[in-house]
Write a protein that binds this ligand. Structure first.
Ligand code: ADP
Ligand code: 5GP
Length: 189
């Protein structure tokens, strides 16, 4: 586990069930606030159409991912719906040291690990207006196989029970409202 840095950089973390709109919110946030540094995760998942190596994710095979884990190169990692995901440690620590706001967009188990290593970080849970709307969004996105959708929805039921662990909760109903709430919580006005 990482030592908490003494720098002025603040660590923000967003989590929430797959399909709730985390990626959409983060993209909109970064367009308006380019000073925020978004961590790019490593994953063993295959790229979706349009995803770019080093921008969307660092796409690794399982052996390379496991090597990163055993070298201590990941700040946290977790398995999600059959694939591994993790946050490269060094760039996060460097950006925090440089005083930049750092944003992680990761799932629940990883959020719990980060809570232990960065207790002063601010963790936000994004939830859907309803489970039916979550299912509509994940299907409407059209990027996942039926098997992946089923696994993600099963996991969503577990994740949605964890909202009370978080510093703040945003319901992503109207995207503009949710974005405003996110900006407010992050002190971006
Ligand atoms: P996540 O990153 O949480 O898995 P995405 O950002 O990929 O979710 O969003 C899933 C789908 O829901 C996308 O098709 C996206 O356009 C749509 N979506 C996101 N936010 C909203 C919203 N507030 N209202 C309606 N649809 C939304
Ligand atoms: P997706 O396959 O839809 O891109 O991501 C699946 C889930 O993995 C999402 O909930 C996303 O937030 C999470 N995720 C992405 N990167 C990381 C990471 O570095 N660590 C962890 N623990 N979860 C991640």
């Amino acid at each position: 586990m990482a030592e908490e840095p003494s720098s002025s950089g603040r660590l923000f973390l967003i989590t929430g069930p797959s399909g709730v709109g985390k990626g959409t919110l983060v993209t909109a946030l970064l367009e308006r606030h380019p000073e925020i540094w978004l961590s790019i995760s490593a994953t063993t998942r295959s790229p979706r159409s349009g995803e770019v190596e080093g921008t969307s994710y660092f796409f690794l095979n399982r052996a390379d991912f496991d090597a990163k884990v055993s070298q201590g190169g990941l700040l946290e990692w977790a398995e999600f719906a059959g694939n591994c995901y993790g946050t490269p440690r060094e760039p996060v620590e460097a950006q925090l040291q440089a005083g930049r706001p750092v944003l992680l967009e990761i799932e629940l188990e990883g959020a719990r690990q980060v809570r232990r290593s960065f207790p002063s970080g601010f963790q936000i849970f994004i939830k859907p207006p309803s489970f039916e709307e979550l299912e509509r969004r994940i299907r409407g996105r059209g990027t996942d196989s039926e098997e992946a959708i089923v696994r993600r929805l099963e996991r969503a039921r577990v994740e949605l029970q964890a909202e009370s662990e978080f510093d703040a909760v945003i319901v992503n109903g109207d995207l503009t409202v949710a974005l405003q709430q996110l900006e407010q919580l992050m002190g971006l006005g």
